[in-house]
Design a protein around this ligand. Structure first.
Ligand SMILES: Cc1cc2nc3c(=O)[nH]c(=O)nc-3n(C[C@H](O)[C@H](O)[C@H](O)COP(=O)(O)OP(=O)(O)OC[C@H]3O[C@@H](n4cnc5c(N)ncnc54)[C@H](O)[C@@H]3O)c2cc1C
Length: 329
């Protein structure tokens, strides 16, 4: 194993069909702060086919080095070749830290790699910091059903590994002073390719992606019935917003699970989040409390959502929302 003189913080920057996933840039932006605290080099790891043009974007978001593995076997994510390649690179360069997006692929790759490296992995982190004294990575995530936040360290094994869900951090451009691109040869042998992709069938979904919405109107159990979402849609249409929901509304079968916000749903960061008939349970709040402006409509003045909200409207949503729609006409 060779060890670079300067410590490295790595981000596995996932791409699909030649486009970087937003979470890759969100992670780079956050990892830049971690690398600065450790006086370490920030390195993006990029696998794919014909992906070299993406290195420019990675440099714009702070990567000081990009390790590019450009080969046909990396065109589409596959567990074995990706694990083997990343394992080989980690063995060779011994990074201090490795971050991955908690996407379907990241959740497959991360634990498999951690197990092969005999290190730990903290999944679905919502906060990352560096211990000012020991310089260890503090990985914070919800625990015990989201009722408390646990900060986890990995003092005895390297790399320290964490996954972070899309939308938790903000992607902010801050170009690196200099970015070096290093082409890495494929370390994958035929024996590493146990599976073969015959065909990729994309899910035909009419559901909007709530993580990309600028304005969200979200409904909870307080709607009382599935038809309540028709009223929310009317308000959303006026605002150019997307409709989302709490888990209670999803569990009641009133709306598609792709619309769920929260710990077991999606993390959103819109400019405006209007919570209608949502109590503000911690598991919901962790998915939306980074929204720029939060408006809560709830008939219970003591509902916890009002503590998270910038503006609160106390009353029956079936009176307040039609009035809002009228005002917007
Ligand atoms: C491991 C775990 C993971 C979870 N993950 C998630 C998650 O990802 N997302 C999530 O949302 N939850 C999640 N939950 C569930 C969470 O704990 C809450 O149960 C859920 O968020 C409650 O949804 P709600 O606010 O819609 O319903 P309630 O808590 O029942 O709140 C309904 C609110 O509507 C108000 N209301 C009622 N009628 C009206 C009216 N006419 N006008 C105005 N207000 C009205 C009430 O005052 C009340 O505050 C999770 C729980 C666990 C244990």
């Amino acid at each position: 194993m060779t060890t670079d003189t300067k410590k490295n913080v790595w981000v596995f920057t996932e791409q699909r069909e030649g486009t970087l996933l937003p979470v890759a840039l969100e992670l780079l932006s956050e990892a830049r702060k971690i690398a600065a605290a450790l006086d370490a080099q920030l390195c993006a790891v990029l696998f794919g086919k014909d992906v070299e043009p993406l290195t420019k974007t990675l440099a714009e978001y702070g990567a000081e080095q990009v390790l590019v593995c450009d080969a046909p076997e990396f065109e589409t994510y596959q567990t074995e070749p990706y694990t083997q390649q990343l394992y080989t690179l980690v063995q060779e360069h011994a990074p201090e830290i490795l971050f991955l997006g908690a996407t379907h692929n990241g959740r497959d790759l991360g634990p498999r790699l951690a197990s092969r490296l005999h290190t730990g992995l903290t999944a679905d982190c919502t906060q990352l910091d560096v211990d000012p004294e020991t310089k260890e990575l503090w990985m914070t995530r919800p625990a015990f059903g989201g009722n408390l936040m646990a900060t986890i360290i990995c003092p005895d094994h390297r790399p320290q590994m964490a996954t972070v869900r899309p939308g938790v951090f903000k992607a902010e451009k801050q170009p690196a002073a200099r970015c070096e691109t290093v082409q890495v040869p494929s370390a994958v042998k035929t024996a590493d390719r146990l599976t073969e992709i015959l065909r990729i069938v994309k899910e035909a979904s009419s559901e909007e992606d709530i993580t990309q919405a600028r304005i969200i109107v979200a409904g909870g159990r307080g709607l009382g019935k599935a038809e309540g979402f028709e009223l929310l849609q009317k308000l959303a249409d006026k605002l150019g917003a997307t409709v989302a929901a709490s888990r209670a509304a999803v569990d009641a079968g009133w709306i598609h699970p792709a619309r769920q916000v929260g710990q077991t749903g999606k993390t959103v960061q819109p400019e405006l989040y209007i919570a209608c008939g949502i109590s503000g349970a911690i598991q919901h709040l962790v998915g939306m409390n980074s929204s720029r402006i939060i408006v809560a409509i709830n008939q219970d003045p003591d509902a916890p959502i009002f503590k998270a909200a910038h503006y609160g409207l106390v009353g029956d949503l079936y009176q307040i929302i039609p009035e809002l729609i009228k005002q917007l006409d």
